[in-house]
Design a protein around this ligand. Structure first.
Ligand code: GLN
Length: 482
């Protein structure tokens, strides 16, 4: 499978047109997606139109950016003009956004066609893509297993070669964990690095849109296209860091890498721990200085996250009332029954559970005990990271406690599913950037991911480490045997 950079080079040298590249990928989707269910909608015409436009710009001799002509799969909670945006929920079935997301605007301006909208856990709540109203996505490495979630469709599409690049969203791990379980690279950017305008909100103090790709370089290039301030998202900033690709080739001499003790203990499967330890030793071999980091409040991350995220979700999801968008019940007798039946019919049990939990922790009498307290613990978790970054430039650990699990294994047990996020949630609570890259395979041939976490806006450092390790491990030749 070619990298996005190689595909772009072939387009520039006229070996292939952007239109042909889009057609090849659409063909591959047609061939494979009945088995994977990674796409909720394939936007063939949009993709071909955009690709032909790139070909025309090239023919006119225009200078095009480093990924021009390379198509992207987009998670179905990101608005693309001309396509639906269901968030994999019945409540948004048939909804067509009337504007596009800023990330889509930026990728279009850079000449990246959109291939389609990818499957996900409903409203991005989940870690397996089994909570989609439109059926689960399968893991390309083992069709009986989950691809991770909630951006499981995006990850499966990239791993299976149906798309060279994808966009996902990450509120508590939804880019990194599916990237790890599907053996690709994914970034959860620093909070504020990427505009969320046009992203359907889940938990606004945690949500970030992130790039996914088969190589660190491709992922960095896509990040550089989508990041930066946008007047339409007041939390987005003028990116103060270096270009993500600026330091790719730098050597790692003297770079201080900390392995958080709390991420390597109980609950982390031994094969995963061994892969992560081996990868860290390789980084040491490349010149990094490795030590043990401490994040003493990490043990509260799951509880804190599920209070904060559900509180924000209960507020964000109040807008689905059957009046303005999407599904509307046929059983409305009065306003209250319109709301109740629309929401009762439209949301899945996991989304309802979170709305109920979130409403509860915000209610008068419980607010201080749950929501206000969670905010305080969030500050402690954030401080743990700032203290760790006094001693280390990068923190390294697992992404997921286990490789891809079987479909059905955790879907009836919300707590077991929540535990899948134990290593990823804290980066969202702290607002720091975190990247997932493949670091090995389990005995059954399932990919294992390494997580690299950095200081705010130090994405270029994470991509540097990822790129060097990728070169060292040389796992790139291994693809799912579909
Ligand atoms: N799995 C976590 C959850 O269920 C994170 C989801 C996400 O990042 N969108 O909330």
């Amino acid at each position: 499978m070619l990298s996005a950079v190689d595909i772009h080079r072939r387009i520039l040298s006229r070996e292939v047109t952007s239109e042909e590249v889009a057609r090849e990928h659409l063909e591959r989707i047609r061939e494979l997606d009945s088995r994977l269910n990674a796409f909720l909608e394939v936007t063939g015409e949009l993709a071909l139109d955009a690709a032909r436009e790139v070909d025309r710009r090239l023919a006119r001799g225009e200078e095009l950016g480093p990924l021009a002509g390379v198509p992207v799969a987009v998670k179905d909670n990101i608005s693309v003009p001309g396509a639906g945006a269901t968030c994999a929920s019945r409540i948004l079935k048939g909804y067509k956004p009337i504007y596009g997301a800023t990330v889509h605007e930026r990728m279009s301006a850079a000449g990246l066609p959109c291939l389609g909208k990818t499957n996900m856990d409903e409203f991005a709540m989940g870690s397996s893509t089994e909570h989609s109203a439109f059926g689960p996505t399968s893991n390309p490495w083992d069709l009986e297993r989950v691809p991770g979630g909630s951006s499981g469709g995006s990850a499966a599409a990239v791993a299976a070669g149906m798309a060279p690049l994808a966009l996902g969203s990450d509120t508590g791990g939804s880019v990194r964990q599916p990237a790890a379980l599907c053996g690709i690279v994914g970034l959860k950017p620093t909070y504020g690095a990427v505009s969320r305008y046009g992203l359907i909100a889940f938990a606004s103090s945690l949500d970030q849109i992130g790039p996914m790709a088969r190589t660190a370089r491709d992922c960095a290039l896509l990040f550089d296209i989508i990041r930066g301030r946008d007047a339409r998202d007041s939390t987005s900033v003028e990116y103060p860091g270096r270009a993500a690709t600026a330091d790719l080739e730098s050597n790692l001499d003297g770079l201080r890498i900390g392995v958080p003790e709390e991420m390597m203990g109980e609950g982390i499967e031994s094969e995963t721990r061994a892969s992560v330890e081996a990868a860290v030793r390789r980084l040491e071999g490349l010149g990094a200085r490795v030590g043990v980091a401490r994040l003493p409040h990490l043990k509260y991350a799951i509880a804190t996250y599920y209070v904060v995220a559900c509180a924000e979700a209960s507020s964000n999801l109040a807008r689905y009332d059957g009046i303005r968008y999407g599904h509307r019940t046929a059983r409305d007798q009065d306003l209250a029954s319109l709301f109740t039946h629309t929401r009762g019919e439209g949301f899945n049990p996991e989304v309802k559970r979170r709305i109920i939990l979130g409403t509860y922790v915000l209610s008068s009498g419980y607010y201080d005990a749950y929501y206000a307290k969670a905010q305080k613990v969030r500050t402690l978790i954030r401080q743990d990271f700032s203290q760790a970054y006094a001693d280390f430039d990068v923190l390294a650990g697992p992404v997921s406690p286990t490789p891809a699990f079987r479909k059905g294994e955790k879907s009836e047990d919300p707590l077991a599913m929540y535990l899948a996020d134990i290593c990823t949630l804290s980066a969202n609570l702290a607002g720091i950037p975190a990247l997932s890259l493949p670091c090995g395979f389990s005995a059954r041939g399932l990919p294992v991911g390494l997580q690299l976490m950095g200081r705010p806006f130090s994405e270029s450092v994470l991509f540097n480490v990822a790129h060097r390790l990728e070169g060292e491990l040389a796992l790139g030749g291994r693809h799912p045997g579909l």
